[in-house]
Design a protein around this ligand. Structure first.
Ligand SMILES: [Zn+2]
Length: 401
């Protein structure tokens, strides 16, 4: 099966989402969940707004003046067996190998995004797993070493270890030159300051929002700690961001966990962001992949919306949770008119390799995954016919032909 068949460009034509096409997928029943799973849920087939197989190669084309390449991956979910996996013989932790197979894709993009689903406040706060996570900060070292330069920190787990966790993670991230985070803030002043980076002459405005905080509340008077989805707040933020940036990319932590279907609320918020003039919406939180589409905004503008990028790395062994989306596109600015064009949109399926004893985790582009690795995957114990072909068939069902 050719790799290109796993790539797709999804187009929504006009305001009416006129090309709705139900892919009619039959999903495999979920296998028993791993001890680390958050929950399991029955899943319904995804609805995609017309899919066209893409012919792009997996690596993005070099960007030119007034344009840049964006790549984005989803949930980096650090359960205890993931953070135990990086322990070295000398007692230190190193997680760089977990993301190493993505390096070429990261290197091909001027903006490389990842969602840090679980807070990495470090060992001083005590490491912890579900339901209130705290990971080692060496995870952040690994993301930086891989080349990621934009990290979302606004997730439902942002407040899992309170203000201390947020401040510890923010403080640690400051050591990385050229790496920007959005979604959490140490001060109200920081929260009120638009985040803008520049690539090849394009000013790129960034923002992140999460639907909730795992049932927790920020300390009194400190709602600035995490950016929570609130239309009035988003409108205010964008009113400040739009005049100081050429392109706007907004990260949304939203949707239903383990659901391949986009919720009405996600669609409405995507339309709201498109109407505000946002160019790209990167979504995550469901831990499974949802469609990537274009939505037409009120001004006739086209907004690329990745409703859910799925997991980039986790210890969740529900089959669909093993698959993630690596989104690539090129964003070009017409400096004379300010018009933004998004081209070469490609979706690269990822698979998380989990060793049979749950001590090693690595994310691979599915095109690079091998039969030999599949034979060593933790799921090969649970599913008798688990194989590379089995995974590719699952990817076809999740991503479409
Ligand atoms: Zn989440």
């Amino acid at each position: 099966m050719r790799f290109a068949r796993f790539l797709r460009i999804l187009l929504v034509i006009g305001d009416s989402l006129s090309a709705l096409a139900l892919l009619g997928m039959t999903l495999l029943a979920l296998v028993a969940c791993a001890p680390t799973s958050e929950t399991t849920a029955q899943q319904a087939p995804p609805v995609a707004e017309t899919a066209t197989p893409a012919a792009q190669p997996p690596a993005a084309q070099p960007a030119t003046a007034n344009s840049f390449n964006l790549m984005a991956v989803g949930d980096n979910l650090i359960h205890d067996n993931v953070y135990h996996s990086g322990l070295q013989p000398d007692g230190t932790h190193d997680y760089a190998s977990m993301y190493a197979p993505l390096r070429a894709y990261v290197a091909a993009a001027e903006v490389a995004f990842i969602n840090q689903e679980t807070i990495c406040g470090g060992e001083e706060l005590g490491l912890s797993s579900y339901p209130f996570f705290n990971g080692p900060q060496q995870i952040l070292d690994a993301l930086h070493a891989t080349g990621f330069n934009w990290i979302n920190t606004a997730s439902n787990h942002a407040l899992d270890r309170g203000e201390a966790g947020i401040l510890a993670q923010l403080s640690y991230l400051q050591r990385f030159d050229g790496l920007v985070q959005t979604g959490t803030h140490a001060t109200a002043q920081d929260a009120a300051t638009p985040t803008v980076i520049e690539r090849n002459g394009v000013r790129i405005g960034l923002a992140s929002y999460t639907y909730g905080l795992n049932g927790l509340e920020p300390p009194a008077g400190k709602t600035y700690l995490v950016d929570v989805i609130d239309r009035e707040k988003i409108e205010r933020d964008l009113a400040a961001l739009l005049p100081v940036s050429d392109v706007q990319i907004v990260n949304m932590h939203w949707g239903d966990e383990y659901s391949l279907e986009v919720t009405d609320e996600q669609r409405e918020l995507a339309q709201f962001l498109a109407d505000q003039g946002v160019d790209v919406v990167l979504g995550e939180h469901p831990h499974v992949v949802q469609p990537t589409v274009f939505v037409t905004g009120a001004q006739g503008n086209r907004t690329l919306v990745a409703y859910s990028l799925g997991n980039v790395l986790s210890s969740q062994v529900e089959p669909e949770c093993l698959l993630g989306e690596l989104l690539q596109c090129t964003i070009s600015l017409d400096a004379a008119t300010g018009a933004v064009e998004i081209s070469d949109v490609a979706v690269v399926p990822l698979v998380t390799h989990i060793s049979r004893d749950y001590t090693a985790f690595t994310t691979y582009p599915l095109v690079d995954y091998t039969e030999e690795l599949a034979g060593q995957h933790a799921l090969s114990i649970r599913i008798q016919d688990f194989s590379l072909t089995w995974l590719k068939n699952l990817a076809t069902q999740v991503f479409g032909e």
